[in-house]
Design a protein around this ligand. Structure first.
Ligand SMILES: Cc1cc2nc3c(=O)[nH]c(=O)nc-3n(C[C@H](O)[C@H](O)[C@H](O)COP(=O)(O)OP(=O)(O)OC[C@H]3O[C@@H](n4cnc5c(N)ncnc54)[C@H](O)[C@@H]3O)c2cc1C
Length: 460
């Protein structure tokens, strides 16, 4: 039986697959199907077994959000068509279409997605379910804020059209945005796209010698740039770093000879990480060397560099399967947001992780603008710090538990798409609109069909 033949019973062994998130920790076995049509999704929901059903995109969430032990997992990239309407500047896409596929189709026609995360290997369904953010959150908000309508199959198998402006179902819409696949399976969505003149970015780079300087420069960058992000040297005690800010380059910023090819978009994969790296490549020494070299590579200050979209937004996509460099034990990403009034938590988090020797080469600081109406959406006005950390670091669990307390006391929270370890108490304490979301979710999934390893861990 093929994985997308949903009319025959699932065969144990044949359809079983061990699934993990991007961090490659805590695998669980599920029966995987690849639906070809909406009807396949409906059939899987109506015939769900006791362990239920979960949609999965490209598995780029770090922890246990896109896996569900013993359940039927619908791998949605098997449904991946999309169309661009250049007149209304909207894309209507199957939920399994990836931003990678969509960008390849729309950039040459002069459009760009409203929000992109640090990888283009995410699906539209995953982007809505995690309500993803990009380097432009302080200006444009998160992905869900640009979705004008979506089609979802709810827990009874019914097809539902949801929109943020329809008073009869806007609560269902916002519970689905950031709802981590627990309100239903999104099968299609329409979202706004933005016009661009070129497939290039005009980028300004500035170093900050210490954390205070870096954060002040970022606040200043808020008002001046649509996109901005800081990389922090996690090894340096000063908290030095590099801010890169940018705008879509306009035609008149390019030399005349380059204007006819201005919309050519050809992102490249330059390498693939080796299949097996026994202990991983990441240790304190390699981390110190990397952080030093990365800081020095960037100029103290430079304006108006022209970069490709891939180099500016998705540099990590240049190396396929780079998550293997952490070795078989895997890694986690700790990402939190705190309000502007709690900016000191950034320095405190860096110091505590440095103290236990938790090496990170990917330490990223961003500014967030105001939250949207979705009860489980992660972003809120303030600072967000994300660090990739190998799981084997001694003392890491206790340090992160302590940081959870600090984040919660400061009015912040952790990002579900990155989380693999927070407690249900921490979650309940930091997502104050959980009860409101649970009420809507119960009406959309009255029999509790949709669940995940994350949902069980957090008692959702
Ligand atoms: C290198 C890297 C960089 C990243 N950078 C960022 C960033 O800058 N900003 C950011 O916000 N995130 C970032 N992420 C996280 C990523 O954007 C999210 O985890 C996103 O949800 C992944 O999409 P996916 O298609 O892989 O979904 P998956 O990881 O497969 O699933 C994520 C969640 O969405 C649900 N889901 C998926 N498809 C559907 C569907 N059709 N219907 C209902 N629910 C569905 C799943 O059940 C699960 O709960 C990054 C991840 C990586 C690996």
């Amino acid at each position: 039986m093929s994985k997308n033949d949903v009319t025959s019973p699932l065969v144990r062994g044949e359809n079983e697959e061990l699934l993990t998130g991007w961090g490659r920790t805590a695998p669980s076995m599920a029966m995987v199907q690849e639906p070809a049509h909406m009807e396949d999704v409906q059939a899987a929901i109506v015939h769900a077994g006791a362990r239920g059903v979960l949609a999965r995109g490209l598995g780029r969430s770090y922890g246990d959000a896109a896996q569900s032990g013993g359940a039927t997992v619908l791998r949605m990239p098997s449904m991946n068509t999309f169309t661009l309407d250049p007149v209304t500047a909207t894309v209507t896409a199957d939920a399994g279409a990836s931003l990678d596929e969509i960008l390849s189709g729309i950039v040459p026609r002069g459009f760009f997605v409203p929000v992109t995360p640090g990888t283009r290997m995410v699906t539209v369904g995953g982007a809505i379910a995690a309500d993803i953010h990009g380097k432009n959150h302080h200006v444009d908000g998160s992905f869900g804020s640009h979705v004008t309508s979506l089609t979802l199959i709810d827990g009874t198998g019914a097809i539902r059209a949801l929109s943020p402006t329809d008073l009869l179902n806007s609560n269902d819409f916002w519970a689905t945005v950031g709802g981590m696949g627990l309100t239903g399976v999104i099968v299609e969505a329409t979202f706004n796209v933005i016009p661009i003149e070129t497939a290039l970015m005009s980028v300004d780079t500035e170093r900050g010698a210490n954390l205070d300087e870096l954060m002040n420069k970022m606040i200043d960058a808020d008002a001046r740039y649509r996109y901005s992000v800081a990389w922090i040297d996690s090894v340096s005690t000063a908290g030095r770093g590099v801010i890169t800010s940018g705008e879509h380059a306009t035609l008149d910023q390019l030399p005349a000879a380059k204007r006819s090819t201005a919309l050519v978009y050809e992102p490249k994969v330059v390498a693939t990480a080796p299949k097996f790296i026994p202990g991983g490549l990441i240790n304190k020494l390699s981390m110190r060397a990397f952080n030093e070299a990365w800081f020095r590579k960037h100029p103290k200050s430079r304006a108006g560099d022209i970069h490709s979209i891939a180099a500016f937004f998705h540099p990590l996509d240049g190396v396929q399967e780079w998550n293997r460099v952490y070795g078989p034990a895997g890694f986690l990403q700790y990402q939190f947001v705190v309000p502007d009034t709690a900016g000191h938590v950034i320095g405190e988090a860096l110091a505590r992780l440095r103290a236990v020797g938790a090496p990170s080469f990917l330490t990223v600081l961003k500014r967030f603008g105001p939250a949207n109406p979705a009860p489980l959406s992660f972003p809120e006005k303030g600072w967000t710090l994300a660090m990739d950390i190998p799981t084997g670091v001694a003392g890491l669990a206790t340090t992160l538990d302590g940081l959870d307390e600090l984040v919660a006391d400061s009015g912040g929270r952790l990002y579900l798409a990155k989380d693999s370890r927070q407690s249900p108490e921490m979650f309940r304490r930091t997502y104050p609109r959980l009860a409101q979301w649970q009420e809507v979710r119960s009406s959309m999934d009255p029999h509790g069909v949709f669940t995940s390893d994350l949902a069980r861990r957090l008692q959702l």
